[in-house]
Ligand binder design. Structure first.
Ligand SMILES: NC(=O)c1ccc[n+]([C@@H]2O[C@H](COP(=O)([O-])OP(=O)(O)OC[C@H]3O[C@@H](n4cnc5c(N)ncnc54)[C@H](OP(=O)(O)O)[C@@H]3O)[C@@H](O)[C@H]2O)c1
Length: 240
């Protein structure tokens, strides 16, 4: 059976990608750090879902999940590094971007992606697997909810390119850089949503399913690696 792991699979984009993979017949492992009750309910209620509580900022917890997958399933076909964290801080407010904020943002978004990818390498190599990193247009443009967040996503983009170049003979590595997506994370961002609807050529923010569709495309695009795919309804065409 085909097997996938989606970090941060209990909500938003991660849940939509996990749902798509489960529907397509993948045995789909999802993880989260702070929502075990939701995760266990998803495991009970949805076909092909398996939940494990694991924090991407704790390398050992991710190694444990990947060791289980490799021994029970024999390998891993798809890894989606989706778990993320931010705080909304104006970029010009340098004092508000404290070391604590930097630490949490970088250890979740960048190091979490790194630790999980490293732990998954052996299982993915057994199946000519694919890694999809969920980045952001904040990693490509002078924008985003906070300066540490934008820097973390720029680092994820470069990690994507470097991993594709270094372990690409066995594992494809790509990233998706969404614009604004309607998830619990952005539920209060009404002004930004209105701005996106006014300015983006496609005249709306994304649904999580729009991102899942691109993830599915990447999984099936077997000759594609090292790419950061912008999925923003055309927003950044107007703000280069
Ligand atoms: N929404 C957007 O507009 C947007 C745009 C561009 C990029 N993104 C990226 O898309 C990804 C998902 O965002 P979303 O909007 O879907 O947010 P969301 O609905 O808040 O979901 C975030 C998920 O990440 C999990 N998570 C957070 N910290 C974690 C940790 N330390 N270990 C494991 N899981 C953790 C959360 O679970 P727990 O907190 O319960 O553990 C939750 O399942 C993020 O990487 C984000 O940067 C989002």
């Amino acid at each position: 059976m085909l097997v996938a792991l989606v970090t941060g699979g209990t909500s938003g984009i991660g849940l939509a990608i996990a749902a798509r993979l489960a529907e397509e017949g993948y045995r789909t492992y999802i993880t989260s750090a702070h929502s075990p009750i939701i995760g266990e309910r998803l495991e009970r209620e949805r076909k092909n879902f398996i939940y494990r509580r694991a924090d991407v900022t704790e390398e050992q917890e991710m190694r444990q999940v990947l060791a289980e997958i490799e021994s029970v399933e024999g390998g891993l076909d798809v890894l989606v590094n989706n778990a993320g964290y931010t705080e909304v801080i104006a970029h010009r407010d340098l004092e508000a971007a404290t070391d604590e904020v930097w630490d949490r943002v970088m250890s979740t978004n960048l190091m979490g992606t790194w630790w999980t990818s490293r732990a998954a390498r052996s299982a993915l190599a057994k199946r000519e697997g694919v890694i999809i990193n969920i980045s952001s247009i904040a990693g490509l443009r002078a924008t985003g909810s906070s300066l540490p967040y934008a820097v973390s996503k720029a680092a994820v983009n470069h990690l994507t390119v470097l991993l594709a170049a270094s372990i690409g003979d066995k594992i494809r590595v790509n990233a998706i850089a969404p614009g604004l997506v309607d998830t619990p994370w952005t539920k209060d961002w009404e002004e930004i949503r209105a701005n996106v609807s006014a300015k983006a050529p496609l005249k709306r923010s994304a649904k999580p399913e729009d991102i899942a569709e691109v993830a599915w495309g990447i999984i099936n695009a077997k000759y594609m690696t090292g790419q950061v795919v912008v999925v923003d309804g055309g927003l950044t065409l107007k703000h280069r």
